[in-house]
Design a protein around this ligand. Structure first.
Ligand SMILES: *Cc1c(COP(=O)(O)O)cnc(C)c1O
Length: 398
């Protein structure tokens, strides 16, 4: 249905407008603005002929649900591909997407800076299924050609890199892949389709951890996988065969978050840059890993390909004892210490990629901290960080 509507409506609305209108159908739901939460497994047919002929719009809860379909349709229009499936988490979106394109004997090229649990999908699940993975340097660009084998079926990207924020040259990699019929996938959670449009760059499959900015409220795990016409059939089959479903309540919350995603992201972007620029001038900070800052090594790629930046970036502190970094983080009032990001609130975590990167070395020169800048007043966030950095300095000296 989503595909049909896309054909009908060649309106070229902006993504901001689609975020508000796509996937809603007030006429169908007695005028209610939002698609209601429809719970259910069994769907009744009036006659055996209807049951056997599948004449109804729905046949079984796992195979289709109005609330889930509403969000799928909205995401389809926002991604600009051929269709979207929903999954119960971002990581299941990654695994379903990879399983839909790979089979025993295939070779996968996986970016070394991928979200760490994505590596487990490769090193555990795909390995057992007979798929071999080679990790590649996120800065490889067109040089990826040298890693391609006759069995290479897919290239997976994530840009900027998880935690370390390396920027990938997506068009260069897509050019190499498409010349050889290799499928390309990307985890686009950081940028969302508002700030980077994978299908417009020729990427076949676009993955979102809906847990982050789609939800926007830290109250949900959700994943979305968007495919172009080339990959949609196989994606839907794999998703269906694996029995993946999303609860209607979760789809409802995802759609609810989506309506305000553009205004939230504008604020995350602005406040994120304000805080990042302030941190870049601090004597305690060695580097700020934020691709929208001109000093970032991937800034030119970001500027060429992206329309904006979200609220997640990292900092490398000047060398300091672990106890001092812990005291800095423990002293923060407004930054919660916790995994995930993309909600309304600010977060901080210490991190270290050196244990698990395999194609590159992680030697940042000091302790690393990832920050998510929420919707608070950035002046309050800066004051909080300023107090924290004073604690860092005091504890380092002690
Ligand atoms: C959080 C995240 C995921 C996984 O999402 P979950 O809902 O936690 O499974 C995948 N990719 C990226 C880039 C993420 O940040």
């Amino acid at each position: 249905m989503a595909d049909q509507r896309q054909d009908e409506t060649q309106r070229h609305l902006s993504v901001e407008t689609e975020l508000v209108h796509a996937g809603r159908d007030p006429e169908r739901f007695d005028g209610f603005v939002n698609v209601p939460i429809v719970r259910g497994s069994t769907v009744l047919s009036p006659t055996v002929a209807d049951l056997e002929g599948h004449t109804g719009r729905y046949s079984y809860g796992r195979r289709g649900n109005p609330t889930v379909e509403g969000l799928e349709e909205a995401m389809t229009r926002i991604e600009g591909g051929a269709g979207v499936v929903l999954t119960p988490s971002g990581l299941s979106a990654v695994s379903v997407a990879l399983l839909s394109v790979l089979e025993a004997g295939d070779h996968l090229l996986m970016v070394d800076s991928a979200y760490q649990p994505t590596r487990r999908v490769c090193d555990a699940v795909l390995k057992r299924a007979g798929v071999e993975t080679t990790y590649y340097d996120p800065l490889i660009g067109a040089g990826i050609e040298e890693l391609i084998r006759p069995t290479t079926r897919a290239i997976y990207m994530e840009t900027p890199g998880s935690q370390s924020f390396e920027m990938q040259d997506v068009p260069a990699i897509v050019a190499v892949a498409s010349a050889r019929g290799i499928v390309t996938l990307i985890d686009n959670t950081w940028a969302t389709p508002l700030f980077f449009r994978p299908h417009a760059f020729g990427v076949d499959i676009s993955i979102q951890a809906g847990t982050k900015y789609i939800s926007g409220h830290s109250d949900l795990n959700l994943g979305t996988v968007s495919a172009n016409a080339r990959c949609l059939r196989q994606l839907r089959l794999t998703h269906g065969d694996l029995g993946i479903t999303v609860a209607p309540e979760d789809a409802f919350l995802g759609a609810r978050g989506l309506r305000t995603m553009a205004v939230r992201l504008a604020r995350h972007q602005e406040s994120g840059l304000t805080v990042a620029r302030w941190l870049a001038q601090r004597p305690e900070v060695l580097h700020v890993l934020h691709p929208a800052l001109p000093e970032h090594p991937g800034h030119a790629l970001w500027q060429r390909d992206f329309a904006g930046a979200s609220g997640l970036f990292s900092i490398i502190l000047k060398p300091a004892p672990k106890a001092a970094v812990d005291a800095f983080l423990d002293s923060l009032d407004l930054f919660g210490l916790g995994y995930s990001w993309g909600g309304f609130e600010s977060l901080a975590i210490p991190f270290d990629c050196s244990d698990y990167r395999s194609a590159t070395r992680w030697e940042p020169g000091g302790p690393a901290v990832r920050l998510h800048i929420g919707l608070e007043d950035p002046a309050d966030l800066i004051a909080d960080l300023e107090r924290g950095l004073a604690v860092l300095a005091e504890t380092s000296e002690a």
